[in-house]
Design a binder for this molecule. Structure first.
Ligand code: BG6
Length: 441
């Protein structure tokens, strides 16, 4: 359909880090609707050329700036008129997508004003960024309040990790490889480890990160969703992505809260100075081990770990298979980024007269076989425009993830005695093995 994408907060970090570069790629691939326009909303009166950075040049012919005060209802009525005049009157099928590149607290007021201004009719969609709320209660409120103005099928909640190529491939890999499908349960799997390691720190985003922290920023969304994709019942067909939200939800609901002694709450040295808060207890590193009540996975520990300012950027899922009396254990790694690919560790006999075993990888990477791996946001935009909800989080999934984390949040609110410090540039293994004493010095 003919599409207008309205971006609230077009000049912000989120727009330039993810959205506009991805949109430029979709434009360059010739995959934008024939009749397409972007309206970049900002507080200041900007010119078109001020909206775009160099790598977003492909959007020049589509984008228009619009100045708005986002807390004024009259400005939404002005936006409505502007949208009506911009939409070709001839086109029957048309849609307006509102993308929220604004701080989390600004989201609900904008949704309310869109509703009050009548900008919530058929053909309008909301494209929302995480985190959805800050805990179970606020997420519930956000969902209920949004439902007063928009129907569920108008709301697209982004978790861009779900749209990463390798994350999509977990579903496909399990549905189409009989070998793995038949050993994907607690009879064969010993433990699962999922890491989202980042080399970058908070990149000057203190105002966002200080009240958020790694548990809300990464565990509640990206890590739990990667776990859900790994544990869920395979879809009935390879590309039956419309079944995904229900399958992921069932997996998320089966997760049991993490055991207290499995939880590591860390902060990198120097963070407090960076955010100008000498007492900050915000975690930049979390590791916790959950289990599932699903009989297929009962007893299998699932360790989820994330951190900023670590030695390298690496997101991967490692499935450790059981060792039997007669054979060694194998590890299957699904590498989400960088160097997306799959690796299986095999045991082989070392050549030579002595009888020795050696572990060797059987692997492939996407870059060996494909010219380009699209960025997750390209898929997010494409799917939102085509009304494919499979790679977006449903309300129930959001609630289920907050529910799993609620006991940790409640405990962390009471005190920060368990906060451990780590040196920037550490590896996950180093942090888990050698923790610095509390207070970091
Ligand atoms: C975002 C988080 O959701 O994901 C950021 O808010 C994080 O803190 C980012 O840096 C990581 O995404 P990616 O795609 O670069 O791994």
């Amino acid at each position: 359909p003919s599409t207008i994408l309205v971006i609230f907060g077009v000049t912000g970090d989120l727009s330039h880090r993810y959205l506009l570069p991805a949109l430029s790629q979709v434009a360059a691939a010739g995959q934008l609707p024939k009749d397409f326009k972007v309206i970049g909303i900002s507080r200041r009166n900007l010119k078109t050329q001020e909206l775009l950075e160099d790598n977003e040049a492909a959007l020049k012919k589509y984008i228009e700036p619009l100045q708005m005060n986002l807390s004024q209802l009259t400005d939404y009525s002005r936006l409505k008129k502007y949208l009506e005049s911009s939409h070709g009157k001839t086109s029957l099928k048309r849609q307006i997508i509102f993308y929220f590149a604004v701080p989390p607290l600004a989201v609900l007021p904008i949704i309310r004003l869109l509703g009050q201004a009548g900008l919530n009719g058929e053909g309008t969609k909301l494209l929302l960024e995480k985190p959805f709320g800050t805990d179970l209660e606020s997420a519930r409120e956000l969902i209920e309040e949004t439902a007063r103005h928009f129907k569920d099928n108008q709301v697209y909640r982004i978790d861009h990790y779900l749209a990463k190529e390798m994350a999509q491939n977990i579903t496909v890999f399990l549905a189409s490889n009989a070998i793995f499908r038949s050993i994907w349960d607690n009879r064969f799997v010993e433990k699962i480890e999922i890491d989202v390691a980042e080399k970058i720190g908070i990149e000057g985003r203190a105002a966002f990160y200080e009240p958020t922290g790694a548990l809300r920023d990464i565990v509640q969304s990206h890590l739990l969703q990667l776990a859900a994709l790994t544990l869920m019942e395979p879809c009935s067909g390879v590309f039956e992505f419309s079944e995904l939200p229900a399958r992921r939800l069932a997996a998320l609901k089966s997760l049991q809260p993490a055991r207290q002694d499995s939880i590591v709450r860390g902060q990198y040295l120097g963070y407090r100075t960076e955010v100008s808060n000498p007492r900050s207890a915000t975690e930049t590193f979390v590791s916790l081990t959950v289990t599932s009540a699903d009989p297929r996975w009962e007893g299998v520990p699932i360790r989820l770990t994330t951190g900023k300012n670590l030695s390298e950027r690496l997101t991967e899922i490692r499935i450790h298979f059981k060792q039997s009396d007669a054979s060694q254990a194998n590890v299957l790694t699904l590498r989400v980024q960088p160097r997306e690919g799959i690796e299986l560790e095999l045991w082989v006999k070392q050549p030579g007269y002595e009888r020795k075993l050696q572990k060797l990888p059987l692997h492939f990477t996407y870059e060996q076989h494909f010219d380009r791996v699209p960025d997750a946001y390209e898929q997010v935009l494409f799917d939102a425009m085509h009304s494919n909800p499979g790679l977006f989080s449903s309300n129930d999934e959001v609630l289920a993830t907050w529910e799993t984390l609620q006991p940790i949040q409640s405990r962390w609110e009471m005190d920060d005695k368990d906060l451990q410090f780590y040196k920037p540039g550490s590896t996950i293994t180093e942090i888990l093995k050698t923790r610095l004493p509390p207070n970091g010095v």
